[in-house]
Design a protein around this ligand. Structure first.
Ligand code: BGC
Length: 526
């Protein structure tokens, strides 16, 4: 209660102040008022960079790796990739991981978030056959990181399900919960002693809404309003099982932390009309609440408004019960509190309006009944969905604090896409603006432990191939060596990590980057 009261005050103060600061950033000195306070990232705030297996590793069929759903999808439908480039070779990190670690040392980061390819270590998807060569690759990478005091943060699952398991229904099959738990056990057993930061699953909404609801993301099931909800339930349960497994069998021994990475972009009402404000609340429940509520709310379970809405639409459509599957009371208990931290993936903000048109039904779009847009004055990136609205990071943080009572947060992804080129001044601006927003959020009580830039280097941006570049380092995909070169943003990020403040006008003399001598790593409890 105290928090809530405090926050409504802070929210108000901050809304005004934040808007003023953003205005001042563009029209500095207006009315003679400037916020001159220098905000610092504390010494034990962790800075890192991220990638994922399919997007960087390549080596798609070497050393007995099994096929996964992205291998299959992009091999069978090469036409869906914007520039035809798939993950067969990608950045070739399977062979170039030492260069990747060298780049991390150049940046001077504390941690590296990467994912394990399930089918590389379990080619059948099941734990009956463990691929030692696959394990060796990750073991070498982890050792290389530890050698330079860079903490590995491992994501167990970042979109690339073994194809064998997809053939059995993938995440729509309730047995996927056990399959994932088995896989997690193999990984915890092998790497638990060396790795302290774990993320079970990356972005259930992309896996389920895009992959099972839609057809543009593997496995392209196209069952919106049904398959997406089945998947969400199973993915969340799989996460919880892996969390409990670690808690029961490894936590005391290894003292690590386990979280889940969720997409927590912000959504604001298009205008002040009551119907649009209500639609925005509903949209947030469908995009944030659906995933956070089962884990972080006091009562657990899917949000009541989402349950009510899907039930009502399902009955109207002639279904006997809701298309949104229920959690049993045991499952609600299993999920509640099943995360040591929220892995927050934040990229952008959208505006929400109550939909005037009807969507095909059943579908999650029809269940939500909203139309989305973005402000035309927000800076555009190379990705159609991504515009810059740094205040959204602040507002998302405050929202999560209010609704879920100040969960520990680790920003596990934030980034910006450009075209090719080393002088990425738009990324530099976005980094600075979002860091300023993050510093405000921290000042106002958000418990943020660290920040992870997406991405360490350009990689295979799913169906965008290499047409949208998210890297601090540019990758020359046409070169045999997959040469990586530091962009301007890499030097600016390095400087922020060193100085722990955001300097609006700092510029490097050139784009040369050398290994950073890091201060001793400070241990952070999550
Ligand atoms: C995903 C990444 C992706 C990034 C940029 C995130 O949602 O986890 O795999 O590359 O967005 O689109």
């Amino acid at each position: 209660m105290y928090h809530l009261f405090l926050h409504s005050q802070l929210d108000y103060r901050r809304d005004i102040m934040f808007t003023a600061v953003l205005v001042l950033m563009s029209v500095s000195g207006i009315n003679g008022w400037t916020d001159t306070k220098v905000r610092r990232f504390r010494d034990n705030f962790l800075f890192g960079a991220a990638t994922s297996a399919y997007q960087v590793e390549g080596g798609w069929d070497v050393d007995d790796k099994g096929e996964n759903i992205w291998d299959r999808f992009l091999h069978e439908h090469p036409g869906v990739v914007a520039d035809g480039r798939n993950g067969d070779v990608a950045c070739d990190s399977y062979h170039k991981y030492q260069r990747d670690v060298e780049m991390l040392r150049e940046l001077g980061v504390d941690h590296y978030r990467f994912s394990i390819s399930w089918s590389r270590i379990l080619p059948t998807g099941f734990s009956n056959e463990i691929n030692e060569k696959g394990l060796e690759y990750y073991d070498n990478l982890i050792d290389e990181l530890l050698k330079y005091d860079i903490k590995p943060m491992i994501t167990l699952f970042h979109f690339d399900l073994p194809q064998t398991l997809q053939d059995l229904g993938g995440w729509a099959n309730p047995l996927s919960v056990e399959w994932f738990e088995d896989y997690a056990r193999v990984v915890f057993e092998k790497f638990g002693a060396k790795v302290k930061y774990w993320i079970t699953i990356n972005q259930p909404n992309s896996i389920c809404v895009d992959g099972y609801g839609g057809i543009e993301f593997a496995p392209a099931v196209g069952s919106s309003g049904v398959g997406d909800y089945l998947c969400i339930k199973n993915v969340l349960l799989a996460h919880a099982k892996a969390y409990r497994l670690y808690e029961e069998e490894y936590k005391a021994k290894y003292k690590g932390s386990v979280g889940i990475s969720l997409s927590v972009n912000w959504a604001d009402s298009y205008d002040n009309k009551t119907e649009n404000i209500e639609s925005t609340d509903l949209y947030r429940e469908f995009t944030i609440g659906l995933y956070m509520n089962p884990i972080w709310s006091k009562e657990g379970d899917f949000p009541a408004v989402v349950k009510k809405r899907v039930l009502q639409r399902s009955l109207e459509q002639g279904y006997r019960k809701s298309r949104l599957p229920e959690f049993s009371s045991d499952e609600i208990i299993l999920l509640k509190g099943s995360a040591d931290f929220l892995g927050a993936n934040h990229y952008t903000t959208t505006l929400v309006k109550k939909a005037e048109k009807r969507f095909p039904s059943p579908s999650i779009d029809d269940d939500m009944g909203v139309e989305l847009s973005q402000r035309s004055e927000w800076k555009t990136s190379q990705s159609s969905w991504l515009r810059s609205a740094p205040y959204g990071l602040y507002k998302m943080s405050i929202h999560i604090n209010k609704v879920y009572d100040y969960p520990p947060v680790f920003i596990t992804e934030h980034g910006w896409s450009t075209m090719r080129g080393l002088k990425d001044s738009s990324r530099v601006k976005i980094l600075r603006d979002y860091f300023n927003a993050l510093l405000f959020a921290i000042e106002d009580g958000t418990d943020v432990k660290g920040y992870t830039a997406w991405s360490l280097m350009d990689n295979i941006e799913w169906t965008a191939g290499s047409s949208e570049r998210f890297g601090l380092y540019e990758v020359n995909f046409d070169s045999k060596e997959k040469t990586r070169k530091a962009r301007l943003s890499a030097l600016v990020y390095k400087r922020i990590i060193e100085e722990r403040i955001v300097e609006e006008n700092w510029k490097p003399d050139n784009l040369n980057i050398s290994i950073t001598k890091r201060k001793k790593y400070v241990k952070v409890e999550l």
